[in-house]
Design a protein around this ligand. Structure first.
Ligand code: NAD
Ligand code: LMR
Length: 334
């Protein structure tokens, strides 16, 4: 199985690549970055696991071949390329720089390995996934089952923070809570949809901390970026889920992790997109062969009245971000 990381030399890319190098089912690990991918690859290649590691960096601004060489034959491409936030910025403030990075990388994926599963980490996820979908549509190779916005850090945070508040081992909460919606502030909707777990006394504080958990790290890093290590852990958790599904491995226990997905084109997705008024929304997904087999519909997630209100707020925020991504691609020459 070949996995490519685009943005592999960055704060997320390096620890994520390390975790992928440790996965026994990855036979080829391809690391692409505009700088230092070869160094990271040489370093990781000394680890005694089966994955063969190769690094690819463009030799000049006009080098269009390095990314193609990196992507060729990939089963899974993970993208943490782009700039992170500094204090005082929202994720949407990253759009101007990251939109074109995602557009160009995804164009290369569509032309080089159109059957690969694509995991988008780069922010603003609410828009970058819409950019990716629109590029792939324009190229005529869009498979909605294989495009994933990575929102796993939100559920990892929810498990950690709920564990702290209820004095529970957070690992026991995996599969018992979900986070749906988008990946930014109040578009993030944590759900306590399992009646066997305790609702914290400070429920509102819990919701707010999951929604704005990213800000805690941005503030603490004080200009040196945003979450990288917890993101690498979370990105790997979702990548491992995709890898396991590609090799026919075990299904997750409990509610599967969510991903920000394109609803139309998935079973039941047209109807849900129409009801919500958006085409992209994070929901728990079941996978098979590296593809989305199905998602868990909202009406199966037992939303409380409070949670229904949170979904309404999320939808308001998502609409503009999705449209911004689509408009950007429509105004671009591919
Ligand atoms: P970083 O600056 O440390 O690393 C980004 C890397 O991308 C750098 O190595 C850079 O050289 C590379 N890069 C830039 N343009 C590229 C291109 N065209 N092709 C290939 N590589 C390119 O940033 P980071 O902390 O790793 O964050 C990366 C992105 O992930 C940011 O947009 C950040 O907001 C986002 N992020 C998302 C989540 C999430 O939950 N989805 C969590 C944390 C961070
Ligand atoms: C996060 O949730 O930590 C990331 O989206 C990075 C950020 O900008 O907060």
């Amino acid at each position: 199985m070949k996995v490519t990381v685009a943005g592999a030399a960055g704060g997320i890319g390096q620890p994520l690549s390390l975790l992928l190098k440790l996965n026994p089912y990855v036979s080829e690990l391809s690391l692409f970055d505009i700088a230092n991918a070869k160094g990271v690859a040489a370093d990781l290649s000394h680890i005694n696991t089966p994955a063969k590691v190769e690094g690819f960096t463009p030799e000049s601004k006009d080098d269009k071949q390095a990314i193609i060489n990196a992507l060729k034959g990939s089963d899974l491409v993970i993208i943490p390329a782009g700039v992170p936030r500094k204090p005082g910025m929202t994720r949407a403030d990253l759009f101007n720089i990251n939109a074109s990075i995602i557009r160009d990388l995804v164009k290369n994926i569509g032309n080089t390995c159109p059957n690969a599963a694509i995991l988008i980490i780069s922010n603003p996820v609410n828009s970058t996934v819409a950019i990716a979908a629109q590029v792939l549509k324009k190229l005529g190779v869009f498979n909605p089952r294989k495009l994933f916005g990575v929102t796993t850090l939100d559920v990892v945070r929810a498990e950690t923070f709920l564990g702290e508040l209820t004095n529970t081992n957070p690992q026991e909460l995996k599969g018992k809570i979900s986070v749906i919606g988008g990946h930014s502030g109040d578009t993030i909707v944590p759900l306590i949809n399992n009646h066997s777990i305790q609702i914290p006394n400070d429920y509102k504080g819990f919701i707010n901390r999951v929604q704005f958990g990213g800000d805690e790290v941005v503030k603490a890093k004080n200009g040196a970026g945003s979450a990288t290590l917890s993101m690498a852990f979370a990105g790997y958790r979702f990548a491992e889920y995709v890898i396991d599904s590609l090799r026919g491995g075990p299904q997750p226990k409990g509610t599967p992790d969510s991903s920000y997905i394109y609803l139309p084109g998935l079973p039941g997705g047209d109807k849900l997109a129409e009801k919500l008024g958006v085409d992209f929304f994070a929901l728990p997904v079941y996978l098979q062969n590296g593809e989305i087999k199905s998602f868990i519909d909202l009406d199966k997630l037992n939303l409380s009245k409070d949670e229904e209100e949170l979904v309404k707020i999320s939808l308001k925020g998502l609409k503009g971000s999705i449209q911004q991504g689509i408009d950007f691609v429509n105004a671009s020459k591919l």
